[in-house]
Design a protein. Structure first.
Length: 255
């Protein structure tokens, strides 16, 4: 099922935040820490959840049988027959759907150990300002697409099903698939393997701009400017303001 990932070939990547996340800016600005979430922590409840393709009861029994044989190559013919009969009994007792649900639950738990962080391709996505930045009261961070950020790849907005017999072949591309209704987010993301811990440190110079929403509270603005003034690595602060003449968001430099 592995698909070739498409690199996010954009010079900058953007991450939107609601105003209550201003309190986390200190660690981002001074510790250069990037937080990664597990799939279950993301706002899409289908993240990291497998959707099995339909399969027959006989195919499922054959899979379990072959799995046992492959992992116990020294079994005698008699022992193999015992395993086959046990699988038949379990299938008869619980049924195909119950077994698949249990396997799905186990696999979902394993997949949830991976770490994901998401970005958008542009700073002027009106829907993202409304949804993730609390209707322009929040802010957006601009990162150079270099270092850790160069690992970002395009999200594929196509729902796919997975043959249960091939779940051992699930690749990292699985975490770059979302349902078509999320297309408007224009998302790219970075996925880290299980052994990497979050938060992840990045090079300070890769965070190059803070874009404030035009409806941001004055206290939040003041807090941000205080932090920026203390940062040794220069960072630009701009405001995204809607131009009624241009019918789009435009940027105004604030520092």
């Amino acid at each position: 099922m592995t698909k070739k990932l498409i690199k996010a070939n954009y010079p900058k990547l953007y991450k939107y935040y609601s105003p209550d996340k201003v309190k986390y800016l200190h660690d981002i600005l001074f510790k250069s820490e990037l937080y990664f979430s597990s799939p279950s922590q993301l706002n899409d409840p289908s993240e990291g959840k497998l959707k099995f393709a339909d399969m027959s009861e006989d195919d499922l029994k054959e899979f379990f049988y072959n799995y046992h044989i492959e992992n116990n190559k020294s079994l005698t013919d008699k022992e193999r027959l015992i395993i086959k009969n046990k699988i038949d009994l379990v299938m008869k007792q619980f049924g195909k759907e119950a077994l698949l649900r249990k396997c799905h639950e186990t696999l979902t738990g394993r997949l949830d150990k991976n770490k994901i962080t998401s970005f958008s391709k542009r700073w002027d996505n009106m829907a993202l300002w409304a949804k993730y930045a609390d209707n322009h009261k929040g802010f957006c961070l601009e990162f150079k697409n270099d270092g850790i950020f160069s690992l970002a790849c395009e999200v594929d907005y196509e729902e796919t099903t997975i043959n249960f017999c091939n779940t051992d072949k699930i690749g990292i591309d699985f975490f770059f698939q979302k349902k078509p209704e999320w297309t408007g987010e224009e998302e790219v993301r970075i996925v880290l393997p299980i052994q990497i811990q979050s938060p992840y440190k990045f090079e300070p110079a890769l965070l190059c701009k803070i874009i404030l929403g035009e409806k941001m509270d004055i206290k939040d603005r003041e807090n941000i400017f205080e932090l920026v003034a203390k940062r040794t690595v220069p960072i630009v602060v701009e405001e995204a303001r809607y131009s009624t003449y241009d019918k789009k968001l435009i940027l105004n430099r604030l520092n």
